[in-house]
Write a protein that binds this ligand. Structure first.
Ligand code: KE4
Length: 438
């Protein structure tokens, strides 16, 4: 691609946006603050590519932060939306398509016996915690430092993603001590820290919520046996094990991380892929737990646009295609291996050649991964935080100039899609190699 790399139009739009929208963006992850650059305003995306308002074309490794597993603007999803949009955008009433979606999710994810649609991952995790509290009659729950589960108050404690993008505090103003007092935090991949909390809060812990693969402190896979031990300690203590599979769901396997690792949670939360790019989240799991949810049970949760007919059409089209094309997973996992393995080889050569910028650690699993600018192996939040944010910013800006669109923050994931091919991977490896002096 021969990009002008002009950002004139993006800059002008950003200045205007900042007058009306906090920070000029509707989500901090898009602000490019952590990489000290101008946010690229996007005009369209197609397949493995995304295009900004200045006419620049990029190979896309964000994919709308995960939803675009089929690639951008996939015809299967677009046509499904076009088919239904003429019937009305929303009814606020029950529709058959919601049954189709619920049955599809339960078929793809065996631990799901009953599911409720919401409009975001945030709503899904917030509702799952409330349901677990209602089901157990307990107040406290455990989350893990560096994991991000959306922006509901009780979960904005030692969280990841945009909270730590700029090296900031992992907590948020406006979350009251009352809201956060029942949120206990353990360390990812440190089972002793979990055991300690259960001992100190015996009989008081309603749930453990975890990203089965951390992806909001950068990508951090679970240590061997870690998830199984969480399963066991929750069983012993009668706590609800919640897998937040907003990123890993329908991506690491059709049944998500729980299928890949063979560990069955009591509840699972979804977002991103389940909506095919439309605003959809979902939570569900064991029938006896989900029967606590209104109108059946005493745990209240509602939503004007939950199960929206257009969003359901998009999500059903994407999930149906994924469930019928297991080869898509072979492809994105192969390309992931090639890309992240290629990064490691380039860095090894750079290290051997003594080129200074080669102090990086690459974590990956399947079609997601992160390049951390630290020589420390990254296995949790503390080790992720040793990364040099400024160095990441320099790398990000250089790669963007080479037409490669990575996450504009060190503590995010990169996402591949079924629309990526060897051509994009080879071009990315070439740009990556050039950056590290090859
Ligand atoms: P949403 O409310 O953004 O749909 O989902 C929240 C959420 C929940 N759980 C996990 C594991 C997540 O990764 C997310 C959202 N992820 C961020 C990216 N790190 C979304 C991007 C953004 O906030 O703009």
């Amino acid at each position: 691609m021969t990009n002008s790399n002009s950002t004139a139009r993006s800059q002008a739009l950003f200045e205007e946006a900042k007058q009306y929208i906090p920070g000029g963006v509707n989500s901090p992850c898009r602000a490019y603050l952590a990489v000290n650059d101008t946010p690229r305003f996007i005009v369209r995306a197609d397949g493995a590519y995304i295009y900004d308002v200045d006419g620049n074309e990029y190979i896309d490794y964000i994919g709308s932060w995960g939803p675009m597993i089929l690639g951008n603007n996939p015809p299967q999803v677009r046509e499904a939306v076009q088919e239904v949009i003429g019937n009305g955008l929303s009814f606020g009433a029950a529709t058959e398509r919601e049954i189709t979606m619920a049955k599809l999710v339960c078929a793809m994810v065996p631990s799901m016996e009953m599911v409720r649609m919401v409009n975001s991952g945030t709503e899904a995790t917030m509702s799952a915690i409330r349901t677990a509290r209602g089901y157990t009659g307990r107040n406290k729950f455990i989350k893990f430092e560096g994991c991000y589960h959306g922006h509901s108050d009780a979960l904005l404690v030692k969280a990841g993603s945009g909270l730590i993008a700029n090296g900031g505090a992992p907590d948020s103003a406006g979350v009251t001590p009352g809201c956060a007092q029942d949120t206990l935090t353990a360390r990812f991949n440190d089972f002793d820290s979990v055991e300690k909390l259960f001992e100190e809060n015996r009989g008081e812990i309603a749930a453990v919520i975890i990203e089965p693969v951390g992806a909001n402190m950068g990508v951090v896979p679970p240590a061997e046996g870690f998830l199984r031990k969480l399963r066991e300690i929750c069983d012993v203590n009668g706590a609800v094990l919640i897998f937040d599979e907003v990123i890993t769901g329908f991506r690491l396997a059709p049944g998500g991380a729980q299928e890949l690792f063979g560990v069955k949670p009591d509840m699972t939360t979804f977002g991103k892929i389940i909506g095919g790019g439309m605003p959809v989240g979902a939570y569900g799991g064991k029938r006896e737990i989900m029967e606590m949810v209104a109108p059946l049970g005493p745990v209240y949760q509602a939503g004007t646009l939950s199960g929206n007919p257009v969003a359901m059409a998009a999500g059903i089209a994407q999930l149906t295609w994924l469930s019928e094309h297991p080869e898509a997973y072979e492809k994105i996992n192969r390309l992931g291996e090639k890309l992240f393995g290629g990064f490691r080889e380039i860095l090894e050569r750079a290290r051997k050649a003594g080129r200074t910028k080669a102090c990086c650690t690459v974590n990956s699993i399947g079609s997601i991964g992160s390049v951390f600018f630290t020589e420390t192996p990254v296995t949790d939040y503390a080790s992720a935080k040793t990364a040099d944010i400024a160095a990441y910013g320099d790398y990000f800006r250089a790669m963007l100039k080479s037409g490669i669109y990575f996450a504009p923050a060190q503590f995010e994931a990169m996402f591949l899609s079924a629309a990526h091919t060897d051509r994009e991977i080879d071009a990315t490896l070439e740009a990556f190699g050039a950056y590290f002096g090859e």
